[in-house]
Design a protein around this ligand. Sequence first.
Ligand code: BGC
Ligand code: BGC
Length: 851
Amino acid sequence: MRPFHSSRRAAGVRRCLLLAPVLAAGLGIVRAGAPSAAVHPSIWPRATWPLRPDAALERRVRALMAKMSLRDKVGQVIQADIGSVTPDDVRRYRLGSILAGGNSKPGGGLLAGPAKWLALSDAFYRASVDTRRGGVAIPVLFGVDAVHGDNDVLGSTIFPQNVALGAARDPALVRAIGAATAEEARAAGIDWAFAPTLAVPRDSRWGRSYEGYSEDPAVVASYAGAAVEGLQGKPGTPQFLDGSHVIATAKHYLGDGDTRDGKDQGDAEVSEKQLRDVAGAGYPPAIDAGVQTVMASFSSWNGVKMAGNKGLLTDVLKRRMDFQGFVVGDWNAHGQVPGCSNVDCPQAIDAGLDMFMAPDSWRGLYRHTLAEVKSGAIPMARLDDAVARILRVKFRLGLFDQGAPSRQPLGGRFDLIGGAAHRALARRAVRESLVLLKNAHHLLPLDPKRRILVAGDGADNIPKQSGGWTLTWQGTGTRNADFPHAESIWAGIRDQVHAAGGTAELSVDGKYAHKPDAAIVVFGENPYAEFQGDVPTLAFSPGDDSDLRLIRRLRAQGIPVVSVFLSGRPLWVNREINASDAFVAAWLPGSEGEGVADVLLRGADGKVQYDFRGKLPYSWPRTAVQTPLNVGQRDYHPQFPFGYGLSYADDGDIGTLPEVSGLPANVAAPGVYLERGKPAEGLSLSLRAADGSRVDGATAPAATRDGSLAVTAIDYRRQEDARRIAWSGRSAATFALQAGKPLDLQRQTNGDVMLVATMRVDALAPGRIALGMGCGGQCAASVPVDAALAALPQGRWLRVGMSLKCLHAAGADMSRIDAPFRLESATKATIDIARVAVGTVADKTLACPGR
Ligand code: BGC
Ligand code: BGC
């Protein structure tokens, strides 16, 4: 492999890391045995808070605080979610802030345009300054996860996810995106972005890897200040926190990307020095840029939950690094501190948390916090410090002087939302972030005058090219039509090919009317966020090789194939790379799909429009079980190193890559209960008759003794990879998947996660059919689904989903599910099933009766 400029620097970083344990041991920091959670502030870097002491501001803060009652102060340190709080609650409890979580929208629906956001923001603002019921007028702060554009608002520009920006190695681009995001947010009445994420993800199995810029601390450090300045403006200039900027949040402090096995909200088991040098790299530059808030991580460091870590929040962040903004918690994360609950956690305030993110728990938390300040359990001085920090931020942002959000300079400027300038910027970001992994016989760039086939389920799929935190929390449940200004990758290619006089054809499954000169296959990961995206290995789409088969089929027909891989992280795709002539890592490019055509296609004049300039921000794995990047690791040989990325001048023939995945046969993906017709590892399949007798159904054929239920093997995509379940209707019988160990599905239930069956209804007589779950002993839930199943098209394979919330509402205790899928029928029915899993994508969602 040829040497790369940036990979040399990375090697330098890595060499330092190799030495880290040795040095740390020399300093006496690392103990043998259990990793220590002791904090030594003096070994941490200092940062420089860029704002001068401001006597006038301090006077205003003091004067205001002198008027505030204890209740007013307690309200200030609490943030509630718009799904669980009303303007009237804010009027009454004087809450300091509101947020809209990933699935919380004005009006309660799934989607809302800017006018609704602005009206909601106005309503909360008015309530916060309304003192008719007592209290002091203090404008409320409104925060959202504007993490790749103002992505909660319908019609906003959706920028590439941070993983893609990491490939661009362009701080100026990151700054410009921050500024554009801030403008779109302010237009819709939002003044606080929970961004940037400064995680340095070290294990790509973590489902939030795409929210981080890079595995390399140097890349993250080079972006941190730029991202903050983009959102907030540059300290010392008139633009700083003016009406076109928002408050930024450096998150998640600290070690969110270092957790063991890449587990979300897990434990970072690393030395203090590694925590400082890797996870910590982005914080000093963010503080130097004047970041106004820092979000404490859900995760732990050596067993200590960050929301309760005084050493790191107070001694390091606030004292050593001189951070003078405020620390906000994560979504009920304080409830995970030992001894705390979601509604009660003096420990977090004591540790240095200034504002609780208490989405649905704010009321109880208010009550307990108030009582604890009264009893002295929370020192008054600590509460005063937290309130003063919050008020300073509000004054700096000009909240007291600007009036209602709709009156502010950009309030109601909806032309900015998804406006041409921002979309052009996003398209440029797409171009800069594409990484070329292979380009055999210089297949790329393609000639747009030829006949081009565009295939794959990612080709015309804006939700898929955008990923999580896009309109919805997991990025699921939306369609192209929900992105009014956006362009799919297909649409961008089509437009340019047509303009040049060529022919372009879209065909998801690769079947074509006229044989093309080349095919572009767009495929990859489906959207996910947070823990839903955690995976046990780096295998792409385990158990489903349909994309690989599509690529191979086209190749076998003599058609050169360019693969465009959509993903939030590097995954093991050596077989797909071998099967393709050219392979592009496109990450999650967002709403401006045409940026892909800009690079893949020549112009109508035959010249290269834009060359590839993206370089890998994460190393790309050689096997699906490649050990993650670790300090002290000498044998790290990724398939493509950090910094790799070809351009058009390079020889892109990379030979044949090894196709040994390293996976044991039949590994069960997490949350998969039935795969290829068979129960996944740790599960069994049983057929239960009305008299309670059970028969093992794992090997087909199988039948209950009374003949009420029979299971046979049938073909779905391969030989015997599905089961036909035939109920005779003589008496009720149940097809059930049993888990050896109870499953905890609470976290999934809390979000918009479903139970999804890949199934086909063949025949159905009227009568009772129920879908359910078991939760041990007498605990079970069962939801009638006969009407819903009868409404499905017969004879067609579909992914059919039912929300876990529905099963929970029907009585399932989601903390101990021992039968994740039960289908019971008292009527004659024939239903085929290939797969059952929890997931966020379905072709049909069964209605939840009574909701
Ligand atoms: C995430 C944060 C996010 C917050 C608000 C949490 O679950 O960890 O990144 O800012 O929710 O949506
Ligand atoms: C997320 C929120 C989301 C919620 C869904 C949280 O973990 O951070 O943004 O709306 O889960 O229940």
